[in-house]
Design a protein around this ligand. Structure first.
Ligand code: KIV
Ligand code: NA
Length: 269
């Protein structure tokens, strides 16, 4: 099993690989290829639940998927991404929601979209034995304030990200996701911190990279500009499903080999 300490030891030695997963089957595939971290991202809102954004994802939906991924994964560190408003407002409720992912579902850590409101919470969770991955830059749960454009294009915003990164490290975060910020900012944040940074749309100088599963395998219906499609699963699926439909319509499926009969039942009607 990969631990947060293993990740910290990997940082700077070799790039950390992180990928989202939302079910046991794909978690098993990713785990077998040696992915270090499986993030059960609230990107499931878009990627699997058909929502426009991540805001509607519930704690129950996340818990169900975290359980599935934890059962499918053997070696990878499983991180539960905490949904919009499930953390950060009330401390007791935040601890309960985050704790549930480890206690009941088998996650190894949680990820919180970070800001000034998560510094103390990160410390509290870490004290309680719940490792916290921080997340700065573009934080899609704030889409109504920021849109999906690249963040920190001016000095002031960049400095605030650097400050918040340091504060979350000091509060005990074990790693930091940097999303959709200039590569030279991500490089400096990486330099400034001891904990690993994991980038998405943040250039090649972070300690690791993360992408969304459906983008990587080519199953998504449109991907962000910083993602890369490494496969074409959508067209494979289209081919398989249309071959099935054709085979049923033509009577070619099921064939004799897909069925069995019992002579005893021949004269029931
Ligand atoms: O939900 C998600 O997939 C994420 C990653 C893109 C970091 O938060
Ligand atoms: Na997310």
């Amino acid at each position: 099993m990969t631990t947060v300490r293993d990740l910290q030891e990997l940082a700077g030695e070799e790039p950390i690989t992180m990928l989202t997963a939302y079910d046991a089957a794909t978690a098993e595939i990713a785990d077998e290829t040696g992915v270090d971290v499986l993030l059960v991202g609230d990107s499931m809102g878009n990627a699997v639940l058909g929502h426009e954004n991540t805001l509607p994802v519930t704690v129950d939906e996340m818990a169900s998927r975290v359980g599935a991924v934890a059962r499918g994964a053997d070696d990878a560190l499983v991180v539960a991404d905490m949904p919009f408003l499930s953390f950060g407002a009330d401390e007791g409720e935040s601890v309960k929601n985050c704790g549930r992912m480890l206690k009941e579902e088998g996650a190894n850590a949680v990820k919180l979209e970070s800001g000034p409101h998560t510094v103390e919470l990160t410390e509290r969770l870490a004290d309680l034995g719940i490792p916290v991955m921080a997340h700065l830059g573009l934080t899609p749960q704030s889409v109504n304030q920021t849109g999906y454009t690249q963040q920190a294009d001016d000095r002031e915003e960049a400095e605030s990200i650097l400050d918040l990164a340091r504060e979350h490290e000091a509060a005990g975060a074990f790693a930091l996701v940097l999303e959709h910020i200039p590569a030279n900012l991500a490089a400096q944040v990486t330099e400034a911190l001891d904990i690993p940074t994991i980038g998405i749309g943040a250039g090649g100088q972070c300690d690791g990279q993360v992408l969304v599963f459906t983008d990587v395998v080519g199953m998504a219906d449109g991907s962000p500009p910083f993602a890369r499609q490494f496969g074409d699963v959508r067209s494979e699926m289209t081919d398989a499903v249309s071959a099935y439909v054709d085979a049923v319509e033509s009577g070619e499926f099921p064939a004799d080999e897909h069925a069995s009969s019992s002579a005893e039942l021949d004269d029931l009607y």
